[in-house]
Design a protein around this ligand. Sequence first.
Ligand SMILES: [Fe+2]
Length: 434
Amino acid sequence: MGLRGLGRDSMLHKKQWFQSFFILFITVFLFVASFIMPFSEQPLAIASGSDHITLTWERDPRTTQTITWRTEVRNLEGMVRYAEIGSGSFPHKAKIAAAGVEELSTNVGKMNIYSVTLTGLKSGTTYMYQVSDGDAWSESYTFSTAAVKVSKFKFLVFGDSQSINYEAWETTLHQAYRANPDAVFFTNMGDLVDVGQDYAHWDKWFSAAKGVIDTISAMPLTGNHENYTPERRFSMPVLFTAQFKVPLNGPEGLKKQAYSFDYGDVHFIVLDSQAGEQAQFLPTMLEEQKTWLEQDLEATNKKWKVVFLHRPPYSNKMGGANPNVKRAFVPILDKYHVDVAFTAHEHAYARTYPLYHEQVVDSPRGTIYVATGRSGTKTYKDTEINEWNTFFYNPLDEPNYLVVEIEGNVLKVKTYKQSGILIDDWSIQKAILH
Ligand SMILES: [Fe+2]
């Protein structure tokens, strides 16, 4: 071997060594990066086909059903096929409804959100349905319309589900529904997710809700965390409003963040209490909701009035008072005798005596404020019973959920730990007001 050959061998050896070093460097870099990158910045695998199949009521629960789902971005027609269960029509003689589609841009990529409201349904009836991404049909699910005359019904209430991994939320929701398969809808009281403008959180939230949210309607509300971006800036809760097709009867600028609907003899009102987070986008949001709330309550003739709002007017947390929310809404809830106002945000379970003009009252004029605890992982130790509370429990050991049943003149609430242990059991007997 001559000198020239030795030089070539040496060059080859250096080149191989450099290649090996480069591969090792890239491997180590990717390994370290996978730990330090927040999971929101990692690419989200959007499986082909339809997922996040979600039921809501944009319109009348007796004759309509809204169905929303997600696919990767494709230029195909989405549709639903549906038929009355047991009619022998499904799937081949099922009716078909074409869905509208919106492209949703998120921090993890673009996706298609399909949605359709089925109309002209028979009341008090169970239907079977499938959704299509234009290519393939999903598995089959069912939904049920409300009866024209509802003698009794039950719904589920979940406090903040914001979590690290959403497994606690999954278990709480599924345990609650397994124990109450006759519930007709559920609500989630805001702070569904920890970072409302990070789609990775929603991906986990919806995956956890699969098996319930495709079978009964979800009628949720926003919390402060729905307004947070991954960079911890404020935003309008656009990922929430893009995915939950609830009634569009709220005030201008707050559609789907404030809305109302009826089921049986109950008028339900959802409010948005995130005045601070939305101040730069909608500085008059409380004023606008006050006007809308008063008109909405004036117009209803339902026996029961139930309000959902995230921030509690009557707090259990040190420094947790929300005077602007209290000043805006409580006088109107007093004036129209709202029976129950469910709240969240502090992750404690508590209920007040009936309150009217900020005084404890015996009469049925009072409104009971119920702090709904937590359905996810986050807990607070600095909550306590207050003078206006007749019951308080801090769910540090397990998440919890509420079951509300209305029959005629009686509204019953039972609150359970995730594992099914009863925490609280109370009711309101509606008396005739003179
Ligand atoms: Fe909150």
